[in-house]
Design a protein around this ligand. Structure first.
Ligand SMILES: [Zn+2]
Length: 149
């Protein structure tokens, strides 16, 4: 069962982030990296902000991230999430990918259990009845690193 109800809107990939979602379909959390200056970036862009290269490679993120900051959502911004309140939206970062910060949800914890600096592990939330170009839609969300799987 998906974390959010089935009427939650699914991602609509654009030219820049379709590679990101293609990796997610294979349960690989991957970010763009510049092969010329080796700078990782997110969200995906057609040009490296550091050296202006248009070359792109995708590098897989580690499973463990660190909560950089977070907020607790107590008012539904979309009718689909009304039954999920409160929930946590966080920005996480990765030790091995300097410069990448990723907006996600911290799940399987009460909001009061989430803290800045805590280690979290990616898990893959399958959006049932959704597909992108025939591939399954998996959303990367995070939970405490102490929770298995
Ligand atoms: Zn670059």
């Amino acid at each position: 069962m998906s974390y959010f109800p089935i009427d939650m809107p699914a991602p609509e990939p654009n030219m820049d982030d379709q590679g990101f979602w293609r990796c997610c379909a294979g349960k690989r959390l991957s970010f763009q990296s510049c092969p010329d200056c080796h700078t990782a970036r997110h969200p995906p862009t057609p040009v490296c902000a550091k050296c202006h290269s248009t070359k792109v490679e995708w590098v897989q993120a580690p499973e463990i991230a660190t909560v950089y900051t977070y907020t607790v959502i107590r008012h539904a911004g979309h009718t689909a999430v009304t039954t999920n309140l409160p929930y946590v939206v966080a920005v996480v970062e990765f030790d091995e990918l300097a410069g990448v910060r990723f907006v996600t949800n911290i799940t399987h914890l009460e909001p009061a259990e989430v803290s800045i600096g805590m280690k979290v592990r990616v898990w893959w939330d399958l959006l049932e009845e959704q597909s992108l170009n025939g591939a399954p839609v998996y959303i990367p969300r995070f939970k405490s690193e102490r929770l298995a799987g």
